[in-house]
Design a protein around this ligand. Structure first.
Ligand code: FES
Length: 116
């Protein structure tokens, strides 16, 4: 079902904002004029992606630096952590991550709608 979330001007270009919708934490963003919507929860360990930043067409999670493509939702970069940087790889299982959960999003009559 399409849900109206905010005014289109609430999401400026190259920015993103988190919303609570139907018990889902949803991140809506605009990157180089292109609108996207996805789960705000990082598929790796659940960090809030709204605290992340863009890298080209990817969103970079602030927690461990994993990158997800904002068009496809695919995990595209898994940063490798070294002990010297204060982190150690814990296990292959800990390292693994699913792709990002994307939502259909449209702009209509000055508002942004997401299908949940
Ligand atoms: S929680 Fe997002 S990269 Fe680990």
């Amino acid at each position: 079902m399409l849900r109206r979330v905010c005014k289109k001007d609430d999401i400026h270009d190259n920015s993103m904002k988190a919303f609570r919708l139907e018990n889902n934490d949803i991140l809506i963003g605009r990157r180089n004029q292109k609108l996207f919507a996805c789960s705000n929860s990082c598929p790796h360990r659940g960090a809030s992606l709204s605290k992340g930043e863009f890298n080209d067409d990817n969103i970079v999670c602030y927690m461990h630096g994993y990158e997800y493509n904002i068009t496809t939702g695919r995990l595209v970069t898994m940063k490798s952590w070294k002990k010297e940087e204060g982190w150690a790889e814990q296990s292959q299982e800990w390292r693994s991550s699913a792709d990002l959960n994307m939502y259909p999003v449209v702009e209509r009559d000055g508002y942004i709608y997401v299908e949940v």
